[in-house]
Design a protein around this ligand. Structure first.
Ligand SMILES: [Zn+2]
Length: 426
């Protein structure tokens, strides 16, 4: 066993080196932010990811391809071991490790017992292994139910629902993923393939779902219909057909009939799935400084479900009446002249329960405006954000200046165009 190696010379920029710190990241976790941050549907308000923005000195990534065994004590002081690849070694000694299930671990130096580098290559779990891991996580959460695992081209779905519900969800997700990728390909942003199947857990009812949310340390998510847990890279849902005391649907046609009564709930499924694709196919990077207005705006732009087509996805970019109406209410109440600036410079409006719903509505409206009127600039900005490295946090001034570099320095003028555009939306 050995202590972490002295950091090698790094290809990181000086700014990145100065900012990276595991210790600060963990400090953020104590406030209920980044490591356990979830991306959830905006109707369920949340104190969402607000990374710590000031960091001490820091350091380099190690070779990402070899498997290391990292021994540490968890927050409760229990000895734990993770097999994975080290993505970042911070200069304060902390590590960011990805395990074979794709879960990210931030381990501060003070909790670290040792790191054994092996000669073996790092490999993500196979789909079968990932399915077993999902089931065992659900069992660890105290969910004592029968599970089945359903694999599709791009997903591993472990579910305590009737198998047909996994099939229906798999078809929905696959169809949406094809449409999402093709939408961006047509706009010159080609997503890469995810390195492994994407994990989805579907629970049979809201009670099990709430247990899982508790286990995932995101209890506020229990009020919603789904969440994407950035840490574990997994989407968690529950059977939308089993509500109000109904027995679960037993065939696809019945599922279709029932979910058409609750399009907002299906929108949550799509919303969370968009987050997962975006974070796994090169649009955003987990644990990097992704502006929330951008990640949430993206998920909301695509969230309207298309329940009719067998192929394709006809609802992309449809005006979202709920978000638009909320945004118009916000315009009539206390929207400030600097609203775009405060929305993009940090995530604080999303973290404040008093302001979160308006922030989501404005993020949808701004995203809609930019994609519809300045798609090329928007795609360039997406590509810039996609390059951000884990555990490197921008200051509000840097966030704003990156936004201005993409969309123009005169934010007041942009705001006028934005309001004229949204005023005409129907
Ligand atoms: Zn979201």
């Amino acid at each position: 066993m050995q202590r972490p190696a002295t950091p090698r010379s790094s290809c990181l920029s000086r700014r990145q080196v100065l900012r990276r710190s595991c210790e600060k990241f963990i400090a953020g976790a104590a406030l209920g932010v980044s490591p356990f941050a979830t991306y959830r549907h905006s109707h369920a308000q949340q104190g969402s990811a607000t990374p710590p923005d000031k960091i001490s000195d820091s350091q380099s990534a190690s070779s990402p391809e070899s498997l290391s065994v990292v021994d540490f004590r968890n927050e409760a002081g229990k000895q734990t071991s993770v097999d994975g690849r080290i993505l970042v070694r911070a200069t304060d000694g902390g590590l960011l490790v990805e395990d074979r299930a794709g879960r990210l671990w931030t381990i501060p130096m003070r909790h670290l017992d040792g790191v054994n580098s092996t000669d073996r290559p790092f490999q993500l779990l196979t789909a079968d292994q990932l399915g077993n891991t999902l089931v065992s996580e659900a069992r660890s959460a105290g969910i004592d139910a029968e599970f089945s695992v359903h694999e599709t081209d791009h997903y591993v779905i472990a579910a305590s629902t009737p198998h047909v519900y996994s099939e229906w969800t798999g078809q929905l997700l696959e169809r949406m993923q094809i449409a999402f990728r093709s939408y961006w390909k047509n706009r010159h942003f080609e997503l890469h393939s995810a390195p492994a199947s994407l994990p989805v857990l579907i629970l049979s009812d809201q009670t099990q779902f709430a247990k899982m949310a508790e286990f995932d340390r995101t209890p506020a998510s229990a009020q919603g219909q789904g969440y994407f847990l950035v840490t574990a890279n997994r989407v968690v849902l529950f059977d939308l057909t089993a509500q109000d005391g109904l027995v679960p649907a037993t065939n696809i046609a019945e599922i279709q009939r029932r979910v058409q009564q609750t399009p907002a709930s299906v929108a949550t499924v799509v919303h969370e799935a968009v987050h997962q694709i975006a974070f796994n196919q090169g649009m955003h990077r987990r644990y990097a400084d992704n502006p929330l207005w951008l990640t949430e705006g993206m998920a909301m732009y695509f969230e309207a479900p298309d329940l009719q087509s067998r192929r394709g996805w006809s609802t992309i970019g449809r005006v979202n009446p709920g978000r638009l109406s909320r945004f118009r209410d916000f315009l009539k109440s206390d929207r400030k002249a600097t609203s775009i600036e405060t929305l993009v410079q940090d995530n604080s409006r999303f973290a404040d329960p008093e302001q979160a719903i308006d922030a989501y509505a404005e993020a949808w409206a701004l995203t809609y405006f930019l994609i519809r009127t300045q798609a090329r600039k928007y795609v360039d900005y997406l590509k810039t954000v996609a390059q951000k490295q884990p555990l490197v946090w921008d200051t509000p001034a840097e966030r704003l200046s990156e936004f201005q570099a993409a969309f123009g320095s005169d934010v007041a003028e942009l705001d006028r165009d934005f309001l004229n555009f949204t005023d005409r939306l129907k």
